[in-house]
Design a protein around this ligand. Structure first.
Ligand code: DGL
Length: 275
């Protein structure tokens, strides 16, 4: 039987899902949160759908074994590719990042021209395009994959002043600026770490959509609706798991969250899966 005191589980390939973690923590301070970053296998975005599905299932399996009451796929690549496999596998509330992102973009765009940036796998899956088409078929979508953004974010080279980050962002985003979009979806949870660089490059007339806030709102609604939200006022705990040495995750994560990440554990989810 699921109960309110069980933790929430969040996973991503690395530090990117911390952008979602931050908003979940803000919206639900009383909840215990388990975060898994699959740092041994990052990046997901350059891999085949079969591989991404396999990794996503291993991550979910690890968190479910830790007794989570709700699962958040804080990774667009895994959401775009493995959502239905995860739903088929687990009988618990599962929240993805693609639908909330598409919803926010549709609400924001005035000219009905939306840009999507994401990993190669996310862009190839056309998940955002299909979701936006479902919401409002008059919206024109322009897509661009930005594979070098994930290593930049993992490395922590994300300041606006960083010439390498700016140069790479320019190369990817210059063609998108020409399309007349007024809204740009950060369709990878790593990208909000580079938000300042991206905003600087595209200019302030384009609204950046980071789905994290919308995901946090949806999580509150789902917990309420399923009777799983904690009722007590307390500071919830935060536990982080990584699948490779924690040093870089700890450094980049601490910088991004603005506080030390102390509770970081190295785990072997592949061994867990076969045990
Ligand atoms: N942060 C993930 C996403 O939202 C995955 C990035 C990657 O591992 O390539 O797509």
């Amino acid at each position: 039987m699921t109960n309110t005191s069980q933790p929430i589980g969040i996973f991503d390939s690395g530090v990117g899902g911390l952008t979602v973690f931050k908003e979940i923590r803000r919206a639900l301070p009383e909840e215990d949160i388990l975060y898994l970053g699959d740092t041994a296998r990052v990046p997901y975005g350059i891999r085949s759908p079969e591989t991404v599905r396999k990794y996503a299932l291993a991550n979910a399996n690890f968190l479910v074994k830790q007794n989570v009451k709700l699962l958040i796929i804080a990774c667009n690549t895994a959401s775009a590719i493995a959502m239905s496999a995860l739903h088929a596998m687990y009988d618990m509330p599962i929240i993805d990042v693609v639908r909330p992102g598409a919803r926010s973009a549709a609400a924001v765009t005035k000219r009905r021209r939306v840009g999507i940036i994401g990993t190669e796998a996310t862009i190839r899956s056309r998940a955002y395009e299909q979701e936006l088409e479902r919401i409002d078929s008059s919206i024109v979508v322009y897509q661009q994959s930005c594979p070098l953004f994930v290593p930049l974010a993992e490395e922590g080279w994300c300041e606006r002043e960083d010439p390498i980050a700016t140069m790479i962002a320019n190369r990817y985003l210059a063609p998108l600026k020409e399309t007349g979009i007024d809204t740009l979806v950060l369709g990878c949870t790593h990208y909000p770490i580079l938000k300042d660089v991206i905003q600087h490059v595209v200019g302030h007339n384009i609204v950046l959509v980071d789905s994290a806030e919308e995901i946090a709102r949806e999580t509150v609604v789902v917990l309420e609706r399923s009777g799983l939200r904690r009722r007590d006022t307390r500071q919830g705990s935060e536990t982080f798991f990584v699948t490779d040495i924690p040093t870089r995750f700890q450094e980049t994560g601490s910088r991004f969250l603005g506080h030390e990440l102390n509770n970081v554990h190295l785990v072997d989810i592949i061994a867990e899966r076969s045990s």
